[in-house]
Design a protein around this ligand. Structure first.
Ligand code: ZN
Ligand code: ZN
Length: 115
């Protein structure tokens, strides 16, 4: 992927904010870049593994810069997203993965906070 100045700006916003942002929120930081370009950039970043998409409880897509391997816990009631690390050891027990070279694993746990 060619990192054009516009794409570079979109990536910079995600890097600097260090949190999940919707395309609309990214747009607020980059008023000179249209939404189509933002979505197109995010798509390319995802393909290159630079950015990850998480579907919010509102069904909106949010994006974050991939700085390390982690997973997400998404609460449907308070809409909070926690960044957690889920052990990969359990994957060894899945027969279908024995002869499979897994390159990426994304776990998203959805539910509700316990009161
Ligand atoms: Zn909650
Ligand atoms: Zn995260």
């Amino acid at each position: 992927m060619k990192l054009t100045p516009k794409r570079g700006k979109v990536l910079d916003v995600l890097k600097k904010q260090k949190r999940m942002l919707t395309a609309q929120e990214i747009k607020a930081y980059t008023p000179n870049i249209d939404l189509t370009t933002i979505y197109r950039s995010l798509e390319l970043f995802q393909k290159d593994g630079l950015v990850r998409e998480v579907i919010l409880p509102t069904k909106e897509s949010a994006y974050e810069y991939v700085s390390d391997v982690h997973d997400h816990v998404v609460c449907n009631s308070c809409k909070q997203i926690k960044h957690v690390r889920i052990e990969r050891k359990y994957l060894n027990s899945i027969p279908e993965l024995k002869h499979f070279d897994a390159q990426s694993i994304e776990v998203t746990v959805r539910g509700n906070c316990k009161q």
